[in-house]
Design a binder for this molecule. Structure first.
Ligand SMILES: *[C@@H]1O[C@H](CO)[C@@H](O)[C@H](O)[C@H]1NC(C)=O
Ligand SMILES: *[C@@H]1O[C@H](CO)[C@@H](O)[C@H](O)[C@H]1NC(C)=O
Ligand SMILES: *[C@@H]1O[C@H](CO)[C@@H](O)[C@H](O)[C@H]1NC(C)=O
Ligand SMILES: *[C@@H]1O[C@H](CO)[C@@H](O)[C@H](O)[C@H]1NC(C)=O
Ligand SMILES: CC(=O)N[C@H]1CO[C@H](CO)[C@@H](O)[C@@H]1O
Length: 203
């Protein structure tokens, strides 16, 4: 019986190792990725695009300022990225997914209602206060909402990928070329109902 246990243990251990190996972006075999025709000095590892936030005003609607490898090429291969999320009063970051990373949100200012749904369709939500940190597990549908009528909110999100990706649920489902009939059937809804949602997103 003991040998069986050993096999089970090593199998479990093996799977655990596998899932660790797959937890983030693939490892690179160099210290960093240096593109051709680029001077690699400290400036290459510096991103100054967020200076616009210093002393700036909140935008009229929700805004996400991303700092992924697309905006900051030095992140390529390093497995990390940021987004700064600005929520004027009453604004929503609509339901969306990051296919390649978990999101670690730090609420720097204001209050936020946040939530995600797991793959068993269980809903987890929280009312965050300034200074709180919340984690959205990789690949799950989630949102953030500033329910305050008095103050805006500012959050900084870190991602465990240089290119976490964002798939907006409203846009990907209702503002693409998916056949009409498929959506009607998927949502058990009349065409007019689906059309109304689609029109709302096009406006
Ligand atoms: C740099 O140039 C070399 C030779 O042209 C090429 O093989 C390599 O893929 C390039 N590297 C990058 C990161 O573009
Ligand atoms: C979570 O959402 C429910 C409504 O679905 C709400 O009643 C509850 O107050 C929320 N909980 C927190 C902690 O925000
Ligand atoms: C927002 O705040 C109002 C007033 O406190 C409350 O009635 C409402 O349920 C809140 N909505 C959410 C989604 O938290
Ligand atoms: C929906 O698609 C149209 C056309 O591609 C685009 O102009 C509009 O911004 C999209 N709406 C949303 C909410 O993404
Ligand atoms: C209107 C308003 O301010 N609503 C709520 C915003 O969220 C905080 C906590 O997250 C609540 O205390 C407020 O009542």
């Amino acid at each position: 019986m003991i040998w069986k246990l050993e096999i089970t243990c090593s199998l479990v251990f093996g799977f655990a190792m596998l899932s660790i190996a797959n937890a983030g972006d693939p490892d690179i075999l160099t210290d960093f990725v240096a593109p051709n025709n680029t001077i690699i000095d400290a400036n290459y590892f510096t991103f100054t695009g967020m200076r616009q936030l210093v002393g700036g005003e909140y935008p009229p609607t929700f805004r996400a300022l991303k700092v992924s490898m697309n905006e900051f090429p030095a992140l390529n291969g390093l497995g990390v990225s940021y987004a700064v999320l600005e929520f004027p009063m009453g604004s929503v970051n609509p339901v969306h997914i990051h296919p390649r990373a978990s999101e670690l949100l730090f609420l720097v200012s204001g209050c936020l209602e946040v939530g995600f749904v797991d793959t068993t369709n269980k809903f987890f939500n929280q009312s965050l206060k300034m200074g709180d940190i919340f984690v959205f597990p990789k690949g799950l549908v989630h949102f953030q909402y500033n329910n305050s009528t008095k103050e805006p909110a500012l959050a900084i999100s870190a991602f465990g990928s240089a290119n976490a990706g964002t798939q907006s649920i409203p846009t990907s489902v209702f503002n693409t070329s998916i056949f009409e009939g498929i959506l009607d059937e998927s949502f058990h809804a009349k065409r007019a109902t689906i059309q109304k949602i689609e029109d709302g997103l096009k406006a």
